[in-house]
Design a binder for this molecule. Structure first.
Ligand code: FVH
Length: 294
């Protein structure tokens, strides 16, 4: 078995054929890869076998088939259940199962103890984006750089790749940080739609305004990063905290007038008020990051 950096259609094994695993499998098959598949519920392999995949009767058989073994299972526990007792010596494991950073680091040690090389991945896409280059889909990878390089060509087939470092926890950390920011954004979107919901404003007419506004505000991400790195939170402030906290009263009063619960907004507003009370009214909201540290 050799590294497959120069092979355009290297053989590989995929364990887990849920919505995401199936999309990954379809992309590798479409690109001409020799793909061995296994899934706990065997019926899920059938459409892929019809498309050219090789079925394995057991996870152990699937792992034995190829050096490169990709995991796309539900969670960390399902990896333990799937790979219990399976010989991993000499294998290159790439785990695309969503994990926490600590789980990814522990999994890297677990793999090393079994004689396998390990790379963790965090998928920044939903299944329909996989295998569609223009979708913007990509996967964060972290772990052994040489392992990423060895399989870079194969890993780039279903989605773009971003290698974020040798610490095996970094892919999961990047993944979860982006997902956490998305969750906050979804909370804001839900609140905005709730405000207009009972009025004669069509959500479909409001949506482009909302999307455009959120896009216009993304400059603040870069500004916060600049302030965090320099430690100068009062540098190039556009909308100072004192003004923003005063403005929060209008947001809360409007919620009340519209009969909308403020519960998605108030935790963040309370942090802004704490920062203001500590004497940082001349800053932006970057100081909230410090308040979140436990
Ligand atoms: N789908 C998405 O939108 C997101 C996008 C970002 C990344 N996530 C993560 O990808 C992992 C897999 O997600 P999925 O969408 O494929 O999930 P399901 O369709 O629910 O399929 C789950 C597969 O895991 C198998 N499985 C579950 N438990 C076990 C177990 N104990 N032992 C062996 N396999 C197990 C399941 O098998 P089966 O139910 O068909 O028998 C599926 O193959 C995930 O980490 C997302 O967070 C997806």
């Amino acid at each position: 078995m050799t590294d497959n950096a120069l092979e355009t259609t290297a053989p590989l094994t995929l364990l887990g054929l849920g919505a995401m695993g199936t999309a990954l499998a379809q992309a590798w098959l479409a690109a001409g890869h020799d793909l061995t598949v296994w899934n706990r519920t065997r019926s899920r392999t059938e459409p892929l076998v019809a498309a050219g995949a090789k079925p394995a009767a057991t996870a152990a058989e699937a792992v034995a088939a190829n050096r490169l073994v990709v995991l796309c299972l539900l969670d960390d526990t399902s990896i333990d259940e799937t790979l219990a007792g399976v010989d991993l010596a000499g294998k290159d494991l790439v785990n695309l199962t969503t994990s926490t950073p600590a789980q990814a680091r522990a999994r890297a040690e677990w793999a090393a103890a079994r004689g396998a090389r390990f790379l963790d991945g965090g998928i920044m896409a939903v299944p329909p984006m996989i295998g569609v280059p223009e979708s913007g889909a990509y996967v964060f990878y972290s772990g052994a750089g040489e392992l990423f390089a060895a399989h870079a060509r194969t890993l780039a087939v279903p989605a773009g790749t971003k290698f974020v470092g040798e610490d095996p926890g970094f892919a999961a950390l990047h993944d979860v940080a982006l997902l956490s920011a998305m969750t906050g954004m979804f909370a804001g979107v839900a609140h905005a739609f709730a405000l207009i919901r009972e009025e004669d404003i069509a959500p479909k007419e409001f949506a482009p305004l909302l999307a455009e506004w959120l896009g216009a505000m993304t400059f603040s991400v870069h500004k916060a990063a600049d302030q965090l790195q320099s430690g100068e939170y009062a540098k190039e402030v556009v909308s100072n905290l004192a003004m923003q906290v005063a403005g929060n009263a209008t947001l809360l009063r409007t919620a009340d007038e519209q009969g909308v619960s403020p519960e998605l907004l108030t935790p963040y507003m309370e942090l802004m008020e704490r920062r203001l009370a500590a004497g940082h009214g001349d800053e932006d909201t970057t100081g909230v990051v410090d308040l979140l540290r436990r």
